[in-house]
Design a binder for this molecule. Structure first.
Ligand SMILES: Nc1ncnc2c1ncn2[C@@H]1O[C@H](COP(=O)(O)OP(=O)(O)O)[C@@H](O)[C@H]1O
Ligand SMILES: [Mg+2]
Length: 260
């Protein structure tokens, strides 16, 4: 046991899960209620030939999930805000969604229900932040951290991704790298690369608005459970959502013009 612990390298970057470690070519993560569903999904992706996600290797003696370590870099860097990277991310998300086809869209076993009011179309990742996308050779290569995955619409997952990558946020809350991007042009670039149909482009910003309301409520509730959620809330997560929503109010027409 001591020998095993010595070889555990803590992995940081996420805000949420304590105790994510690398052991050799594997990652060990504490299991959650959605772990069986996530494992079934990852196995489905593997069978479908989708290369952009870790593989499941089972559970270890400490009750942690074992996934393959995906080599590369996570987190915001200059290369991750390049337009080419955004296009490749959209293509990767599209391939991921398409690869979930055939996976049951029942809500049972997942962390929560679909956040969109329309019928689920895919298993969304639902948390595609820069910390959850592995870059290799300057390109997005894999999606990790499926803890919030669930059946939802393609558009809901796209909105969540664009929240972080366009970004749909008040520049005051953004790191300098993201502050002066042409958000409208990036929304369009992503939609073009993914192949978002016109009917979904038209409701994209309305859904972003709904998403802000729902994430605010969900995060406020989660904060009452303590731990990292409470810490994130105390650190201003709710205020950032409110500011992003207010920023969207001011810029919605101008952004919408890029989508129609
Ligand atoms: N399978 C993996 N391959 C490579 N790196 C990983 C893997 N899983 C996690 N990591 C690294 O650890 C960080 C935190 O892990 P993550 O699963 O995202 O936990 P959290 O729930 O805290 O966000 C990630 O941002 C990434 O840098
Ligand atoms: Mg993460």
């Amino acid at each position: 046991m001591v020998a095993t612990l010595l070889h555990e390298i803590p992995l940081q970057g996420g805000d949420v899960t304590d105790g994510v470690v690398r052991v050799g070519d594997t990652v060990r993560r504490p299991a959650s209620t959605s772990t069986p569903a996530v494992h079934a999904l990852l196995r489905h992706l593997e069978a479908a030939g989708f290369e952009g996600a870790p593989r499941v290797m089972g559970m270890d003696g400490l009750g942690r999930e074992i996934l393959t370590y995906v080599p590369g870099k996570t987190g915001l860097r200059l290369e991750s805000v390049a337009e080419g990277a955004l296009v490749e991310l959209a293509e990767l998300v599209r391939r991921y969604h398409d690869a979930t086809a055939g996976f049951p869209l029942t809500t049972e076993g997942w962390e929560g229900g679909s956040n969109d009011d329309k019928a689920p179309e895919v298993i969304g990742h639902c948390d595609l932040t820069p910390e959850n996308v592995v870059f290799r050779d300057g390109k997005p290569a894999a999606l990790i951290d499926f803890d919030l995955a669930r059946p939802t619409t393609r558009l809901f997952d796209i909105v969540t991704t664009l929240r972080h990558w366009a970004p749909i946020a008040d520049p005051i809350d953004c790191p300098p790298l993201l502050r002066s991007l042409d958000v409208g042009a990036r929304l369009r670039l992503f939609c073009d690369a993914y192949g978002v149909p016109p009917r979904d482009r038209r409701r994209l910003l309305a859904l972003a608005r709904i998403r802000f309301q729902r994430s605010y409520t969900v995060m406020r509730t989660r904060a009452t459970t303590g731990g990292n959620w409470a810490r994130m809330w105390a650190g201003g997560a709710g205020e950032r959502i409110r500011r992003a929503a207010a920023w969207l109010d001011v810029h919605e027409d101008e952004l919408h013009a890029h989508l129609v």
